[in-house]
Design a protein around this ligand. Structure first.
Ligand code: URA
Length: 221
């Protein structure tokens, strides 16, 4: 598994806005959309391209390129916090097929030993995955990897894709280790895109320093 930390100043400035406790709900939500679009541009770097030619209004042929895999993208949104990032990604991949997973950590039961949560999945609707697809799973906060473990297992039930990208704002080393293990078990090629690897998880399962509860902050509680 590969992990790409997006060190672009634009991404880091947006992350800083997200972390700031004084950021309003509207700015928080808009910042997640901005992050989604920036991630789309980064993810597209890995896509196959081919040379193409177009005729300009001057009647002259111009050499250009076509992004070959752009119409092979499936975006899987983990409700509800991932929704704004997906909105940004869709601006880069307007032809994407889309899936939804409604999953929540059962926080009332507390975090189990080994930084694990039980995950309750209440709704899954994912299109059939073809062998040449590129699946992007969007979840802004990947703390323990429990939710991502469940989702990757749901996604592969729809078919194996060529490769998988995880779009997260913040992830932890514990989650990276867990997802790497899951990717190996499932035999899938995964790249994690993140703006930061934060070092800690508190006893409630929140990332530290983190940015708080992404869903609550984006949607007003
Ligand atoms: N989900 C969040 O929204 N924030 C965290 O810190 C962890 C999980």
């Amino acid at each position: 598994m590969k992990v790409k930390v997006l060190d672009h100043p634009y991404v880091q400035a947006v992350l800083t806005t997200l972390r700031d406790k004084n950021t309003t709900q509207i700015d928080f939500r808009k910042s997640l959309v901005r992050l989604g679009r920036a991630y789309g541009l980064e993810i597209i770097r890995e896509f196959e391209t081919e040379t193409t030619y177009v005729e300009t209004p001057l009647g002259v042929k111009a050499k250009g390129l076509r992004i070959k895999e752009a119409d092979k993208v499936v975006i899987v949104t983990v409700l509800r916090a991932a929704w704004p990032m997906t909105e940004g990604l869709i601006k880069v991949f307007p032809q994407a097929r889309q899936g939804i997973v409604s999953a929540r950590r059962v926080e009332e039961e507390g975090m189990k030993p080994g930084y694990r949560f039980n995950i309750e999945v209440s709704y899954v609707k994912i299109p059939k995955i073809e062998p040449d697809d590129v699946v992007i799973v969007v979840d802004p906060m990947v703390a323990t990897g429990s939710t991502m473990d469940t989702i990757l297992n749901e996604v592969v039930k729809r078919g194996k894709a060529k490769r998988y990208a995880i779009a997260s704002a913040i992830i932890t080393p514990i989650a990276i280790e867990r997802i790497s293990k899951v990717a190996k078990e499932l035999g899938i090629d995964v790249t994690v895109y993140t703006a930061s690897i934060d070092p800690e998880i508190n006893d409630k399962g929140y990332i530290v320093p983190g940015l708080g509860d992404a869903g609550d902050r984006a949607f007003g509680g």
